[in-house]
Design a protein around this ligand. Structure first.
Ligand SMILES: N[C@@H](CCC(=O)N[C@@H](CS)C(=O)NCC(=O)O)C(=O)O
Length: 201
């Protein structure tokens, strides 16, 4: 398997899930500007959208979309608990979180990384994120992870996206459960291993 990534981008969630599952996909770094890989290959030939994560499976299939890539990787090791088994409400709950993180959180950060984005657009995104973080914080009350005591693919995705608040100046201090979650996840060996491999530790 090959995992195409940019350091610290949403692809970090897939990288963490791969390490949590004990998988060792070949890591291929992509330059966001040139869309060239570190092997000087054209990333657009892998994913014409030009964004990471992209996963090339053992069978040569290309999978994109962070919420899908983490599920595929987790399903390679069902015993890891990273994705509950199909047909159970527990799996739908993790999928519900993955969809929420993708559409309500991940996409709302885009404006902060967009050159020329207006202050008004950033303020609107901040207001939206504040509402959504309030929900996440309440859901984490009394729990270690989003769905309880088991670390899942959704936790890897949430942790990755919340980490971007450091670059946007977003103040997470009012969200005490989120802060605790961030510390707990950061301490996981698979997370540290992923950060180190991406040159971020
Ligand atoms: N719809 C995609 C979006 C992925 C995405 O936004 N990737 C960003 C990094 S977090 C990226 O590669 N941006 C570079 C670009 O779009 O050119 C997903 O959900 O995975």
């Amino acid at each position: 398997m090959k995992l195409y990534y940019m350091p610290g981008a949403c692809s970090l969630a897939a990288h963490i899930v791969a390490n949590e599952a004990g998988l060792s996909p070949e890591l291929v770094k992509v330059d966001g500007k040139t869309k060239q890989t570190d092997n000087n290959d054209d990333f657009l030939a892998i994913n014409p959208h030009g964004y990471v994560p992209a996963l090339v499976t053992q069978d040569g299939d290309v999978l994109t979309e962070a919420q899908l890539v983490v599920q595929y990787l987790a399903d390679q090791k069902p015993e890891s608990g990273l994705m509950p088994a199909g047909g159970n409400m527990a799996r739908y709950r993790v999928q519900q979180w993955l969809a929420f993180i993708s559409s309500e959180l991940h996409k709302s950060f885009g404006v902060f990384f967009k050159p020329g984005a207006t202050d008004e657009a950033k303020a609107a995104a901040s207001a939206h994120l504040t509402k959504r973080f309030t929900h996440v914080d309440a859901q984490l009350a009394g729990k270690t992870y989003l769905t309880g005591d088991t670390f899942t693919a959704a936790d890897a995705y949430l942790w990755t996206i919340l980490g971007w608040t450091r670059f946007t100046g977003f103040d997470l201090s009012p969200f005490t459960n989120i802060q605790k979650f961030m510390g707990t996840v950061a301490a996981r060996p698979a997370v540290q291993k992923s950060l180190k491999a991406e040159g971020l530790a």
